[in-house]
Ligand binder design. Structure first.
Ligand code: AQP
Length: 333
């Protein structure tokens, strides 16, 4: 890691195969940050346990996510790519931070409310204290900035509060991280339910979510089947035309134009042409990523080496912070 660069921390849960939403809203941007910043990208597999997982699938998805990071062009030599559970400092710091986090703050988290509604049969304590673990993730690496989507903003706020609270008691231990606001960022909605965000752990309706490792024909078909409206005009109007607007947002996240500019391209054309253009753009965006994914996945020894070295590099930094914290709170060593 270069001394003079700021540190960016981000992580993704292996709770499913990343969706087009994860890619356009987060991952696509991660690659662009690696020249300017020291980036630490984690696979948040401990967070994924807050929802019941199949162990074999979870293990496979964890590995696949590291491979996908590399397939996107994130260089494991320049950045740190690692698996959260490989660095036990996360669990250790999370416990300490739990003791500095109030029940009241945790109860206000919208993600907790959403996920407990979705998994009413399994509202576990981990789901409730998720923000303390996420704060530990970020604070262990003394991150300057955290790229966050709207949906994660509350969690970053709590992280900042915890860092300040701890530092007020014990002196300078943690850096208080800022939000990194991406120049381009998109919130992608479900293709069948365009008023709800597209989520990788969704399993009820296969056509609602595009997974980045889906077969390319299947990706095109999902877009062609996307819900629109009974109108014929391609116009960006999320409130009244959520389906069409979502497809425009997807197109925009790929070609860099605004959704309004993109809408002009389809003046006088029907939804069929529009969907075909968007489908082609998505397929061409995903194709090289899938090719790289296959190539890297075939080299098992290389992937093992990246995972092992990532754990060592991340562990070195994380344990430095943890040692300081342990001393401050009064652990004997
Ligand atoms: N639909 C989306 N549009 C744009 N960005 C999105 N992100 C997630 N969904 C969209 C961004 O992806 C990153 C990964 O976050 P995560 O893996 O920690 O979990 P999440 O935000 O809860 O994502 P999912 O896909 O909805 O996961 P599950 O299904 O497990 O809950 C974040 O930066 C997020 O902003």
């Amino acid at each position: 890691m270069e001394e003079n660069k700021k540190v960016i921390y981000s992580a993704m849960q292996p709770s499913g195969i990343p969706s087009l939403g994860n890619y356009l809203g987060a991952l696509k941007n991660w690659k662009n940050l690696q020249d300017e910043y020291n980036c630490i990208y984690g696979i948040a597999n401990m967070h994924a346990l807050t929802v019941r997982q199949n162990p074999t699938e979870l293990r496979q998805r964890t590995r696949n996510l590291i491979i996908l990071f590399m397939a996107l062009g994130i260089d494991p030599e320049k950045n740190i790519l690692y698996v959260q559970s490989d660095v036990s400092a996360h669990a250790e710091l999370a416990w300490i931070l739990n003791c500095f986090t109030y029940m009241g703050e945790l109860s206000r988290m919208t993600q907790f409310k959403d996920k407990s509604a979705k998994h009413a049969d399994n509202i576990n304590a981990g789901l409730f204290t998720y923000p303390a673990l996420m704060a530990a993730d970020i604070l262990l690496y003394q991150a300057d900035m955290v790229p966050v989507g709207e949906d994660q903003r509350q969690h970053l706020e709590i992280t900042r509060d915890l860092a300040e609270r701890f530092d007020n008691i014990y002196g300078d231990v943690f850096k208080v991280p800022d939000a990194y606001i991406a120049k381009v960022g998109a919130r992608i909605m479900g293709l069948q339910e365009p008023t709800r965000k597209m989520s990788k752990s969704e399993s009820d309706n296969d056509n609602n979510v595009i997974f980045v490792l889906d077969d390319l024909n299947q990706i095109a078909n999902k877009i062609k089947r996307a819900v629109t409206d009974s109108d014929t005009e391609v116009r960006y109007d999320p409130e009244n035309k959520p389906g069409v607007s979502n497809l425009l947002s997807i197109y925009s996240a790929i070609n860099g134009k605004t959704p309004e500019e993109n809408a002009l391209e389809f003046a006088g054309k029907g939804y069929g042409d529009f969907k075909k253009t968007v489908a082609d753009a998505v397929v061409e965006e995903i194709r090289p990523i899938q090719e790289e994914f296959k190539r890297i996945a075939a080299d098992k020894a290389y992937v093992d080496k990246v995972i092992k070295e990532g754990a060592e590099k991340a562990g070195y930094i994380a344990n430095k912070t943890l040692r300081k914290v342990k001393k401050k709170v009064g652990y004997p060593n």
